[in-house]
Structure formats: C-alpha cells, structure tokens
Design a protein around this ligand. Structure first.
Ligand SMILES: *Cc1c(COP(=O)(O)O)cnc(C)c1O
Length: 423
C-alpha cells in the first residue's frame, strides 16, 4: 500500500479532524510520528487555557475561588464525574477522579482484599506491570504480617502464565485456574489490557468466574481506559483503577480515577482508609470528629484534589465526549487493522507481532517482538522521527491512538520500519 491509500483513508475519515485539537510533537519541521499515546497522551490545546483559568481565578480570588471561581474548586472533581462514567460504562456514583493509580490500587485493596481462613490468594497476570506486582506483594505482606522483604508473600500469589511458546493468555485457561483454586482466591486483579503484549482480557466471563469462585474482581485499566469501550457496571466488576496520562491525555502524573460497583456504594462496613474529602459533603465543614463516608466511589477520596490536574483532565474528557467512545473504538480498530496489514506485508523474519490478531482481543496497541532483542532497530526508527517505546527485553510498542493518529502516520511508520529492517 502507498501513501495515496493512507491519504485517501484520512480524507474520508469522519473523526480525522480531532487531531487538530492536540499539540503534536515536531521532528525536522513536520509532525513526528507519535505512536506512544499508550505511555503519555498528547496535550489537548484547551488544557493550557483551562489551567490558566484556574491560575487567574486563584490570583484574583484567593481562597474565595473554592466557591466563586468560574469552575468552583469545592465541587471541581464533580465536573469530570459524568464524562468518566460514560468513558468506562459506569453510573456516576461508581466513579471519581482522585490520587494516582498505584495509590488508588492500594486504597482499593485495603477495602477489597480481605484474606481470611483458606481464602487468602491474589490472582494476577505473570509479568503484570511492575508497580502492580509490587503493590500486590506488599498488600499480601501487610495483611499477613509478613516482612515486605520476605519472599513468603509470593506463596499467596497465583500468577497466570500463557501456554508454552505463546505470549497470550487464553480466557478458558484463566477461568480454569480460577475454578481450580476457587476456595483459596480472595482477589483477582487483572489488567484490562496487558501493557506489554497489548492483549485485552475478556472482562465479563472472567469476572463471572471470579464471582462464582467467591472472589472479588478488580481491574487495572491503565491501558484500557480511553482505549476500549468499557462496560464496567454491566460486567459486574467490583472495582477498577486507571491513570489518566496515557490514553486520557491529562498530562504527566495526571490525576487518576477509580470505579467501585454500585452494589458496594452503601457498604459502609467495608474497611477503608478515610480522609475528609470522602466525608459527607453536607456536613464536611462542621469538622465533626466522626467519619461519615459519602455513598459510592466519592467515599474513597482522601484529600481535596489538585485543581490544575483536574483542569487538564476536563479538557481531554470534553473531547472524548464530543467524539464518543463507540466511534473512537471503531476508528481505532480500522487504524490498528491497517497498521497490522502494513506490518504483515514487510518481508522479514526479524520481527513478530505478539498482540492478538483478533481486534476483539486487543486495543489500539501492537507489540512488535524483535528477534534477538536487537535494540538497534528501535534506535534507527527513533532517529527517523518515530516516537514509540522499547520495553525490555525485546518489544517495540506502537499505539495508533484514534483521537489524534492518522492513517498517514501509520503508513509513514511502516515505510520507516521496512527501510530499517531491509538495510
Ligand atoms: C502505567 C501503569 C502504571 C503506573 O502507575 P502510576 O501509579 O500511575 O505511576 C501502573 N500499572 C499499570 C498496569 C500501568 O500501565
């Protein structure tokens, strides 16, 4: 395929104009080929304006901004609640923006990992993102009174591994592991999309299997929020957490989000770590001594939130709302299918795509395994204007993001990769 095809696809694409809403990094006087929105999403042009408004209101109003800013700070987190709920397929009471991802995983495990009797284990993917592995192991150690330095915590971990010779987990294997260990599993904590392979897990049947086993099911949606069309409420997931600097374009270290299923909204007996922002709003400023949690996800908040970060997230979520996740996901499938097609056409045995072929089993990312872990290929494409990422030991991750990547980006990338491989 040629660039003419890509240009034609771009011209006939009803969502192509959303690219104009973002600031694109430059390389040698033109747009870089930015394929790493799975690591850090691009800046919406409105983010600067929204943050500036808060700086101005702070300058002119001081503390009065809590009530009288154009977007008052006291309820500011509520401005992103409904867009977040739409994004992950939740009711507004089930979501809130707060803290950062690993912090939220800990807060949610404090509430939802409650080992007792024989039921103590946590199921995760082998090779889960390191922060998740550390969080899970330290939660086990903390709950069991084991030293965090001791390897004994790992005895309470069940790691899901692919079959020999493949990179991808099979849903029936995951369910079989859950069923085999049913009476020992306290919590299943899976990624929505695995950060390394790009595999999207089959959330509904896995959640159902977890519940049949009597376990709680939580998700890390770092690579799924803003990437897949999620239906967390209907899938009956107990809790989920995600960061917002990847597909959600809220900027480096941006404020994260959580989901807690509505059936836990009024379960005030669940253990939790409390702070004043999770306290009943109507009586928060009476400063009473006893914690009265808000119903739903808001009741897990600790602190008054960072307004500048929320402003950036608001800018991005407005664009998601305009485009709509179903339309974005359709476009995403078309972009990634096109990418896969162009990569398959390259006649080489130096690379192999480890992400599932079936669009239902992946998001936008493709993971390219480079034979012999030859990083020089990645270095070469980087020198030619591709911004992607290299994950040890041997993978280049590329993510055509439906909000701002084009078919032309993809064909330029494929051309550069082909040239680098053939030399
Ligand atoms: C990106 C990512 C993280 C990062 O955690 P932070 O707390 O935001 O630094 C954690 N887990 C997964 C699966 C990720 O993809």
């Amino acid at each position: 395929m040629t660039d003419t095809t890509a240009e034609h696809l771009d011209l006939n694409d009803p969502l192509a104009h959303f690219r104009e809403r973002f600031l694109m990094p430059q390389f040698e006087g033109r747009d870089a080929i930015y394929l790493t929105g799975n690591s850090l999403g691009l800046q919406p042009k409105t983010a600067r304006q929204y943050i500036n408004e808060e700086l101005e209101d702070w300058a002119t109003l001081g503390v009065e901004g809590h009530l009288h800013a154009r977007h008052p700070w006291l309820p500011y987190h509520e401005f992103v609640t409904e867009p977040l709920a739409r994004l992950v397929g939740a009711a507004p009471i089930e979501v809130v923006a707060m803290n950062s991802l690993t912090t939220n995983l800990h807060l949610l495990m404090t509430s939802f990992y409650r080992p007792s009797g024989k039921r103590k284990k946590i199921v995760i993917e082998k090779g889960a993102f390191p922060s998740d592995q550390y969080a899970v192991a330290s939660q086990i150690a903390w709950h069991m009174g084991i030293s965090p330095a001791s390897p004994d915590a790992l005895d309470h971990l069940i790691e899901l591994s692919p079959r020999d010779g493949v990179s991808i987990l099979r849903t029936d294997d995951i369910i079989e592991t859950i069923e085999k260990n049913a009476d020992e599993i306290a919590l299943i904590l899976l990624g929505g999309v695995n950060y390394y392979t790009g595999q999207a897990f089959d959330i509904r049947p896995i959640t159902a299997a977890g519940h049949r086993a009597g376990a709680i099911v939580g998700l890390d949606l770092a690579h799924a929020a803003g990437n897949l069309k999620l239906t967390l409420h209907d899938d009956d997931v107990d809790f989920a957490a995600w960061c917002s600097y990847k597909y959600l374009n809220a900027g480096p270290g941006g404020i994260a989000g959580i989901f807690v299923h509505e059936r836990h909204a009024h379960s005030f007996e669940i253990p939790r770590f409390a702070g004043w922002w999770g306290h009943d709003k109507a009586i928060r400023f009476q400063m009473g001594p006893n914690f009265v949690p808000l119903a739903g996800a808001e009741g897990w908040q600790l602190s008054n939130p960072p307004i500048f970060q929320l402003a950036a997230l608001r800018a991005s979520l407005e664009i998601f709302d305009e485009a709509g996740m179903p339309a974005l996901r359709d476009r995403s499938v078309r972009l990634t299918t096109y990418m896969k097609q162009l990569l398959d056409e390259i006649d080489t045995d130096r690379i192999e795509i480890i992400t599932p072929d079936d669009p239902e089993q992946r998001g936008c990312q493709l993971s390219i395994r480079v034979k012999n872990a030859d990083r020089s290929l990645f270095n070469t494409i980087s020198e030619r204007g591709v911004i992607a990422d290299w994950r040890e030991p041997d993978v280049i991750r590329i993510a055509p993001v439906p909000l701002y990547n084009s078919f032309t980006d993809i064909s330029r990338f494929a051309r550069i990769l082909r040239a680098a491989l053939i030399i």
